[in-house]
Design a protein around this ligand. Structure first.
Ligand SMILES: *Cc1c(COP(=O)(O)O)cnc(C)c1O
Length: 378
């Protein structure tokens, strides 16, 4: 069996160990310490935002963002439908209801037209949404200026889910800096990783101070562990923050590698009818190309489908994956309201994520491309 090629595997630089060893030698083996402080400072600087708290996951960051913004049981929160379930799960943890918004076809992210329609509609029935969770899927920036404008018109705060989009930019501004609160993820398959981890960032220091307080069990200032609020155990460990510091040093080069991989695929398949790529709609958009995605039109490929390609790659021990199944058609969310236009559904049916890890070799890429070509020729 040929060696496995993964969709997106961790890519350590070697620089991580210095910080990890420091944590060991100074015995900062805890969910606090110098690496955590440094990582928070460096992330805030990288994004040009005022405050950052490093947490145990991106999901925890969304959960705390919702709490900080005052979302409570019975409330509604608007959320991109075309995303990973972790974007919306925390809404349900709070007993609130996600209301899903479909995508526009340019960036594949939240459609501003549907968003405004939904807001008006929810207000009309007396259920003004408490927040908007907007995702930059696969690293492609959403139409964030339009979304911010609508949100401020109706005075609804934005939670920017930049879990897949660290290093992406819109109009020379970093994704992760557009939300009232923004979140990042450092899970194992993300563009940089701490094994598991996340962060919550904002220009509003009070939000982040509050999130940090809640993330460490909400202990009031008293020697006897007094609590006047329910807390969580969501802080990032000082060891993992050390991995994060090493990873952050190479973030820009990781983005460059992923963008090169995207270009390699585009060059290879540009003349193939029926395979389309997810283009940046204009020069204002810069995707980190976390995952290269293709959309297959079987009418133009002689009947060849996304699933044919996926299975052929699997036979060659190459991992690929359909695009995210939209949340409005996920069994667990079927009872939630949604505003749809079929864009995300059609992408789900015909789209495929190709291996895109920054540690893929030229040989790996050739193997993947050859495998798809051999299928196309048949
Ligand atoms: C990975 C991911 C999350 C969750 O992050 P974790 O760190 O895995 O909890 C949230 N939203 C999106 C879009 C993601 O891809």
């Amino acid at each position: 069996m040929k060696q496995k090629i993964w969709l997106s595997s961790p890519h350590m630089s070697g620089g991580e160990m210095k910080y990890v060893e420091e944590a060991f030698s100074t015995n900062w083996i805890a969910p606090l310490g110098p690496n955590v402080d440094k990582l928070e400072k460096q992330l805030a600087d990288y994004l040009s935002v005022k405050s950052c708290a490093a947490l145990s996951s991106g999901t925890a960051a969304i959960h705390l963002a919702l709490i900080v913004l005052g979302v409570k049981a019975g409330d509604e929160v608007l959320c991109s439908s075309f995303t990973f379930a972790a974007s919306a799960n925390p809404v349900v943890y709070l007993g609130a209801t996600p209301v899903f918004i479909d995508s526009e076809s340019e960036t594949w992210n939240m459609d501003p037209v549907l968003l405004e329609e939904a807001i008006k509609d929810r207000i009309k029935i007396g259920r003004k949404p408490k927040a908007i969770i907007v995702v930059h899927l696969y690293g492609m920036p959403a139409k964030i200026f339009e979304i911010v404008e609508i949100a401020s018109k109706y005075k609804i705060p934005i939670i920017e889910d930049a879990a897949e989009a660290i290093g992406s930019e819109y109009d020379n501004k970093k994704c992760g800096s557009f939300g009232d609160i923004s979140i990042l993820s450092f899970n194992g398959n993300k563009i940089i990783t701490t094994a598991g981890g996340g962060a919550i960032v904002s220009n509003n220091k009070e939000y982040i101070d509050n999130a940090r307080f809640l993330s460490t069990q909400a202990a009031d200032k008293a020697v006897h562990y007094q609590h006047s609020q329910i807390g969580y155990n969501y802080r990032m460990s000082n060891i993992l923050a050390g991995i994060g510091l090493g990873q952050l040093e190479v973030l820009d080069s990781r983005v460059e590698s992923r963008r090169k991989i995207y270009t390699r695929y585009v060059d290879a398949f540009s003349k193939i009818e029926g395979i389309k790529f997810h283009k940046e709609p204009s020069g204002k958009y810069k995707s980190n190309r976390w995952l290269t995605t293709i959309v297959i039109d079987p009418d133009l490929t002689g009947g060849l489908t996304r699933e044919d390609i996926r299975l052929e790659l699997e036979k060659e021990n190459i991992e690929s994956r359909p695009l995210w199944k939209p949340l409005h058609i996920q069994p667990v969310f079927l009872s939630c309201p949604s505003y749809t236009n079929d864009v995300s559904y059609n992408l789900f049916v015909s789209g495929l994520c190709l291996p895109s890890g920054s540690n893929l070799s030229d040989d790996d890429l050739n193997r993947i491309i050859d495998c798809i070509f051999s299928l196309l020729k048949r």
